[in-house]
Write a protein that binds this ligand. Structure first.
Ligand code: AMP
Ligand code: GLY
Length: 421
């Protein structure tokens, strides 16, 4: 089979490595991939948002199966375009991808179908939003409606901070048209859990739970990032919580999307807060999370290609999906300065025996050498019988990878280890 994976980060590298385990995957193309992915797939210089070029490439190469990983092409209808050209895909169509692409849509969906989430109001007029904030309970959370590179959410600890966020999103249009509408919602407290799931629109199969570490610095300090590390499973996601989530959140969401004529096929990511009143949805993503995928897929025992095809063909109910017992930890190595400005072009050295565990996010090939080209450069994942062992092994491996200006958090997994659950 000829397979093509759209995207070029650590998540896509993890998907490609897992797909390669199936001998049927003869050739894998990555569009655009990156310098590290080039060790595992043929990278093609086509951007993930260039849908006409993606479709042309698929037709030229007679691609048998496509995996569309990032949110942008999904929201732009990449799956619709490929399917119209006869290429079977893993990923939701444009109508279903709106569950991530519009916060107003997802909040209204949850309200209509009684799915637990934070109470909220929608505004399309900045004056009305600012006036609402005069009396709203503080802290509060302000969210731009559309995709904003993961930066459209402000958790405001003061009234002034919330107003400032409204002004930036709606008046200054910091995120462009994504800010023509906003959601202002209740502040929730509790540990956060990410649950990725496979769904064909009828059956939903949650994957092993995980925990992201979004802040740049140890102790959850510093600015928000795309994710500095992950662990799986997440100890706060107990069997009891999992049962409630299935009944009150996962199945109702899948059924709601179907009822709305937006059947979701692909990976649906549930961002959950385990509050004292039970689990509530913070956000939906219409795709695999990054860097959650880098701990979830290494624990997947089943063959990824087989499961993905079952999703595409609506056969998930008959497809066993199993995860190995044990735990995984991914430590992200970043360029100093990230998520702000950083230098790039530094050579990366990775010992031979560690390569298998490395998922490259931001690196390019220059004169045959791997050099840094992004803020998050790569992730190193270890799996083990216990979380403590996985964390130690992930740090032991990552400490053997060298490049100038390298930084990482030293406390990935600590909160999970201290959970005492
Ligand atoms: P997002 O960009 O949607 O992933 O949101 C970023 C982060 O904002 C989440 O991971 C949460 O930590 C936080 N957040 C979002 N919504 C709420 C809420 N209603 N209450 C408290 N924190 C929230
Ligand atoms: N790690 C969070 C996300 O992929 O959106």
């Amino acid at each position: 089979m000829k397979i093509m994976v759209i995207g070029g980060g650590g998540r896509e590298h993890a998907i490609i490595k897992k797909l390669k385990e199936n001998p049927q995957a003869e050739v894998i193309y990555a569009l655009p991939g990156n310098g590290g992915i080039a060790a595992d797939a043929i990278c093609v210089d086509i951007g993930a948002k260039d849908i006409p070029a993606i479709v042309r490439f698929a037709q030229e190469k007679k691609i048998d199966y496509a995996v569309v990983a990032p949110d942008d092409p999904l929201a732009l209808g990449c799956v619709d375009a490929l399917e119209a050209a006869g290429v079977p895909c893993f990923g939701p169509d444009k109508k279903a991808a709106v569950i991530e692409g519009s916060k107003v849509f997802s909040k209204n969906l949850m309200k209509k179908y009684g799915i637990p989430t934070a109470a909220y109001e929608v505004f399309d007029d900045p004056a009305a939003a600012l006036s609402y904030l005069e009396t709203a309970a503080i802290p509060t959370v302000v969210k731009a409606d559309g995709l904003a590179l993961g930066k459209g959410v402000t958790v405001a600890m003061t009234r002034e901070e919330a107003k400032q966020a409204v002004r930036e999103i709606m008046e200054d249009r910091k995120f462009g048209d994504s800010g023509s509408r906003i959601v202002i919602e209740e502040y929730l407290e509790g540990p956060e859990v990410s649950v990725l799931s496979f769904t064909d629109g009828e059956t939903v199969v949650p994957m092993v739970s995980s925990m992201d570490h979004k802040r740049a610095l140890d102790g959850d300090q510093g600015p928000n990032t795309g994710g500095m590390g992950t662990v799986a499973p997440n100890p706060f996601y107990t069997e009891e919580v999992a049962k409630v989530c299935m009944e009150k959140i996962f199945l109702p969401t899948i059924r709601a999307m179907k009822a709305e004529g937006r059947t979701f096929r692909g990976c649906l990511y549930f961002g959950l807060m385990i509050t004292k009143d039970g689990p509530k949805v913070i956000e939906y993503n219409c795709r695999f999370g990054d860097p959650e995928t880098q701990v979830v897929l290494p624990l997947l025992q089943s063959d990824l290609l087989t499961v993905m095809q079952a999703v595409t063909e609506g056969r998930l109910q008959d497809c066993p999906v199993t995860f190995r017992k044990g735990a995984a930890c991914c430590v992200v190595l970043a360029s100093a300065g990230y998520p702000g400005a950083y230098k790039k072009g530094y050579e990366i050295t990775i010992p031979e025996d560690v390569r298998e565990n490395v998922y490259v996010a931001g690196a390019a090939l220059k004169d045959g050498k791997l050099v840094t080209s992004g803020g998050r450069v790569l992730g190193v994942t270890a799996t083990a019988d216990t979380l403590q062992e996985a964390v130690s092994a992930a740090y032991a491996m990552s400490d053997r990878i060298a490049f100038e200006n390298r930084f990482c958090r030293r406390d990935i997994g600590r909160r999970a280890l201290n959970a005492g659950i």
